[in-house]
Design a protein around this ligand. Structure first.
Ligand code: BT5
Length: 335
């Protein structure tokens, strides 16, 4: 671990004595001092007190702010504005510059955000636009599970922020809608939620490159409408601030998301927890759905999600498995 990150971790536990940290890390006192200075230059205003170095009261939404006390192995790269965090993460991958453990590229605003199939993703200042790059040498069998893990981590971070989010297959994170608690039963939300299954809070775009036996890098791009006005978003979209009536702490939100992701997908032995966690948070299972696949629409009841993330749909012609497509939740007779 580098001195900067070790210092950030130590600051999370209280005042840090420079000489003691230098001893612990087996680096010079000057190296610790340099790390303190570099954090200050990033805007993370480390204070000097008689007890030692102390973290600023407001760590801020920045690389150091997010890494401060982060219980996940990712480095963070922060930009005020980028065309797309996925593009920046791909650039790092192409340069072979993904650090061991992975890197989260974060931007306050994206000017060329992308959804699936090259659709536009609206990403004004105030959102959490984050791309997590891992690699090299991800076994291909694990790759699709990263997308599911990203959806689970996002839903959990939204829930911790106080918004009762659920996942719509394949990886939209929504709030409200038919089937959600306290919603849709009296039809009052029909106009707002339509047939989309709820109001869209977040979306995920996974990209990867590799060969049959090896994924050289994988980027999970996560876009969460955090502190964004709904008027700035496409119809059918909402934000955490809109749902809560107050802004969320994006620093804590991003850290929670990364920690949840690491807990699920950080090591291979944990990956068998991903599918059950996804099922638990999904609103698609048990519902009537129509999925527009590249081979035409498939309509029926969604019965399960199966490795590596396919949706099993019970149709009039038996169970069909779909791997990609846009999913619409249809109204059940009882809704
Ligand atoms: C997604 O695509 O939902 C994936 C979105 C991934 C965005 C992240 S942000 C960080 C990283 N960097 C990027 O450049 N991308 C990733 P899809 O399922 O295709 O949904 C796209 C559709 O959602 C659009 O056609 C719009 O209808 C709608 N949409 C666009 N912006 C939205 C927003 N901010 N919130 C909700 N819906 C939106």
């Amino acid at each position: 671990m580098d001195t900067r990150r070790a210092l950030l971790d130590a600051l999370g536990d209280g005042p840090v004595s420079g000489p003691a940290l230098a001893d612990d890390l087996d680096v010079s006192r000057a190296a610790v001092w340099k790390a303190v200075e570099s954090l200050r230059e990033e805007g993370f205003a480390v204070e000097s007190t008689p007890e030692g170095y102390v973290a600023p009261a407001d760590p801020g939404y920045s690389a150091a702010g997010i890494e401060f006390g982060l219980d996940a192995p990712y480095a963070v790269e922060y930009h005020d504005t980028l065309p797309s965090t996925n593009d920046r993460a791909r650039e790092l991958a192409a340069e072979g510059a993904i650090p061991v453990g992975g890197v989260a590229v974060v931007a306050d605003e994206q000017t060329g955000g992308r959804g699936r199939l090259d659709r536009e993703w609206v990403a004004p200042s105030g959102g959490v636009w984050l791309s997590l790059a891992v690699g090299p040498d991800v076994p291909p069998a694990r790759a699709p599970l990263f997308t599911l893990a990203a959806a689970v981590a996002t839903a959990d971070a939204c829930r911790e922020a106080g918004v009762d989010a659920h996942i719509k297959w394949p990886n939209d994170v929504l709030v409200g809608g038919p089937g959600a608690e306290g919603d849709g039963k009296d039809g009052s939300d029909d106009d707002r939620d339509g047939d989309r299954g709820g109001r869209k809070l977040a979306g995920i775009l996974t990209e990867m490159e590799g060969e049959a036996d090896r994924v050289s890098w994988l980027v999970a791009g996560i876009g969460v409408n955090a502190n964004v006005d709904a008027e700035r978003l496409p119809s059918g979209a909402t934000s955490l601030r809109e749902e809560l009536g107050e802004p969320v702490d994006r620093r804590r939100f991003a850290a929670t998301l990364l920690e949840r992701f690491a807990a699920l997908a950080g090591t291979p032995d944990r990956m068998d927890r991903i599918l059950p966690a996804w099922r638990e948070r999904a609103s698609t299972l048990g519902r009537r759905v129509r999925v527009d696949t590249p081979n035409g629409p498939v309509t029926g009841t969604a019965v399960d999600v199966e490795p590596p993330g396919a949706l099993a749909i019970e149709t009039d012609d038996g169970v069909r498995r779909v791997h990609a497509g846009d999913c619409e939740h249809l109204r059940d007779a009882g809704d």
